[in-house]
Design a protein around this ligand. Structure first.
Ligand code: BTN
Length: 252
């Protein structure tokens, strides 16, 4: 089955305000959504590709996923909320994925701000990129990846590896989009609803962590997530509010 056949079938399951574009191969679904946005596409456009030739992760890293096994897709948002709230969409995306995966009986955690983890291993990464009037929410999920290269085997997992059987990739995709369609609209007045659900899945809370923030390397005890979605880090008895960070690692 090619990607068009596989994903067209879920059309009736998709939220009304989402319009699906299916590509067998593309450079990056984030780039394709950006191009659609620049051509005037409406909020809710979704691009899914079976294969990305230049898929990317955060910090410019390559994002490689085996065709036919993982999900690689991007959603166009034109939020009504002020741009200062748009970074919250990363939390919304991770939460939507976690909620969809949980339907398969796994316990999915959110590694603030962008990743979904199962049992200490990454199953999903989120790359949110903003333009002047739009946001691209890029999501990569390891669904039916049966084996990872040796260098990733300890740090990555897939739904197949966790459940012991292959799952319906298109069904997982449809469920993520349904959840995302709810959660992406909770970055404004309804943010407490989103926050509660993220906090209860935060894998960093109560752990000693190290991260690279705008102010440099920080190490401390994670106290949880603050009311604005920021990470609360206790460093030498002083509480710091981390708005953005890279390379967040649990150190014990
Ligand atoms: C990360 O963990 O570094 C983020 C990974 C994001 C990967 C997805 S796959 C779909 C979309 N298109 C891309 O080029 N990247 C994102």
């Amino acid at each position: 089955m090619n990607a068009v056949e596989e994903f067209t079938a879920i059309g009736p399951l998709l939220p009304d305000d989402m319009r699906l574009y299916i590509r067998e191969e593309i450079d990056s679904t984030n780039d394709e959504v950006r191009r659609l946005a620049e051509a005037g596409a409406a909020d809710g456009a979704v691009v899914i590709a079976n294969r990305q030739t230049s898929g990317r992760g955060r910090r410019g890293a390559a994002w490689v996923c085996p065709p036919g096994e993982a999900l690689a897709f991007s959603v166009l948002a034109r939020p009504a909320e002020p741009a200062g709230l748009w970074p919250r969409l990363a939390l919304a995306a991770g939460l939507a994925v976690a909620e969809a995966l949980e339907l398969h009986g796994v316990t999915a955690g959110i590694k603030w701000p962008n990743d979904v983890w199962i049992d200490g291993r990454k199953i999903c990464g989120v790359l949110v990129e903003s333009g002047g009037h739009h946001v691209v929410i890029g999501i990569g999920v390891n669904v039916n990846v049966a084996e990872f290269p040796a260098e990733l085997a300890d740090s990555a997992t897939s739904l197949w590896l966790e459940t012991g059987e292959p799952v319906d990739r298109a069904g997982v995709f449809a469920e993520i989009l349904r959840r995302l369609d709810v959660r992406r609209h909770q970055i404004g007045v309804d943010f407490p609803l989103l926050l509660d659900a993220v906090r209860s899945r935060c894998v960093l809370t109560g752990r000693r962590i190290r991260l690279m923030s705008a102010d440099g390397l920080r190490e401390g005890f994670c106290e949880g997530i603050g009311t604005g979605g920021e990470l609360l880090l206790s460093v030498d008895g002083r509480l710091e509010r981390i708005l953005q960070a890279d390379e967040v690692r649990v150190v014990e």
